[in-house]
Every structure is written in C-alpha cells, then in structure tokens.
Design a protein around this ligand. Structure first.
Ligand code: HEC
Length: 184
C-alpha cells in the first residue's frame, strides 16, 4: 500500500514535470519566429540597399544586437552551429551533442525544419530548433560565394567555416535557455 502510494506520487510528480516542460517548450518556441523574422528582414534590407558586402557588415553589427533584444528575461535566445562564422556563437558541450543528434536525424531522413530537442539540464530548461539552409542564405553560406564577398567574410571572420552549404542542408540551430522557476 505504502509503495503503491509512493509510486502514485512519483508518477504524478513526473506528469507535473512533463506538463511544465511542455508549457516551457511552447513558450520558448514562440520566441523563435519573431527573432528569425527580424534577422531575415535585416539581412534582406541590407542586401537590397547595399549589396552582399554591406549585408555582411550589417550582419556582423546587427545580429548580436538582435540576439540580445530577443533575449527577454528569463529567456536567453541565440544561434549556434557546428560550422561557425562568428566564434561567439560556438556551441557548449550540450549544444554540440544536440547539433550532432540533429545531423544524424537529418541524415536518417527527418525533415530539418521539424528537428527540435528540449531538455532540463543543470536546473535550466533548454530548447534547440534546427535551421535549414534556405535559398537566400546561399549568397553568404553557399558553395559559390562571389570572390568580392568571400574577401570581406575572410577579413571579418578569419576562421570562418560557415560556407559550402547546399540548399536544404542543416545550417545550425536556434538555442534557448531559461532558469527553472521555483526550484523545490
Ligand atoms: C549577407 C550575408 C549573410 C546571409 C545572406 C546570411 N548570413 Fe548567416 N551569417 C552571416 C554572418 C556575417 C554571420 C555572423 C554574424 C553573427 O551571428 O554574429 C552569420 C551567422 C549565422 C548563424 C550563426 C552561427 C554562426 O555560424 O555564427 C547562422 C545559424 C546563420 N548565419 C544562418 C543563416 C541562414 C539560415 C541564412 C538564410 C536565411 C543566413 N544565415 C543568411 C552572414 C549571412
């Protein structure tokens, strides 16, 4: 009887955690589209007004600003990848493992746009969502970057690895985290 009660309590407890986790995942996922949208609009506007070279300059200046604007307490948002352009976006050990998992799942045929992973890690709720390489990304991350543009990327990101991507390939991921409220 006692054991049964404990099992019941344990089950209820894990259901509560599961429900919370689902809510946090939904809350986090809702932060991604406006962040993504603003990045896209910024790069498009810079491309239209000054061409790709100016757009790289705009990206270097504005992507970190847009990222901090969209990090609204308690959430922190960002982007990361296995092949990096900005070293400040380097994955930590957990993110690296999730990126590798996404690459394996993509190789096994899962659509990249649907790859997501959420987990509680060291008292934090963490969520990642894969980013596919779209058509507008190829100018700066593709296999045939214009020489003039490649020169600017080389100059601003001497360790750049974020090129050579094909349309539809896994480019990286959005990464979000927040402390868990009211830890018992
Ligand atoms: C005008 C050139 C340009 C275009 C177009 C562009 N990017 Fe980037 N991208 C950059 C630059 C510059 C950075 C580094 C800026 C930063 O995040 O600090 C970057 C960084 C990133 C990062 C962060 C990880 C890293 O390597 O630092 C991801 C993910 C990314 N781009 C994905 C995309 C996707 C997806 C598209 C298409 C929707 C795209 N980019 C279009 C220039 C570009």
């Amino acid at each position: 009887m006692r054991i049964a009660t404990l099992v019941l309590l344990a089950t209820l407890g894990s259901q509560a955690v599961a429900a919370d986790t689902q809510q946090l995942a939904a809350e986090g996922a809702a932060l991604i589209p406006p962040f993504q949208q603003q990045l896209l609009e910024t790069v498009k506007a810079a491309m239209q007004s000054g061409g790709p070279v100016k757009a790289v300059e705009a990206c270097q200046l504005l992507a970190p600003q847009i990222t901090s604007q969209h990090s609204k307490a308690p959430w922190t948002v960002g982007r990361t990848a296995l092949k990096l352009r900005n070293p400040a976006n380097a994955p930590d050990a957990w993110e690296r493992q999730v990126l590798e998992q996404f690459a394996a799942r993509a190789a096994a045929g899962e659509p990249i746009a649907e790859l997501k992973h959420a987990e509680i890690v060291d008292g934090e709720f963490r969520l990642m969502k894969a980013i596919p390489t779209g058509e507008p990304c190829l100018a700066c991350h593709g296999q045939q970057i214009k020489p003039e543009l490649a020169a600017v990327i080389d100059q601003r990101y001497p360790q750049d690895q974020a090129r050579g991507f094909a349309l539809g390939e896994l480019r990286g991921a959005f990464t979000l985290r927040r402390a868990l409220a009211d830890q018992p």
